[in-house]
Design a protein around this ligand. Sequence first.
Ligand code: ZN
Length: 55
Amino acid sequence: MPVTGLVNRIDWEPGSDLLRGTCHCGARRTCDGPVEMWAWLLAHPRGHGNDDLDG
Ligand SMILES: [Zn+2]
């Protein structure tokens, strides 16, 4: 079935064990696990505004 609307992407960070996620809004973040990554993606407005990527 067709997927419409917003798309989130998760890729492996090359050369590391980190996951690199791209939110449908264009924000990007690296996490060390898919659970954390999906939590960040699904919490969309939170965590990628004024927060830095440290940690
Ligand atoms: Zn977002």
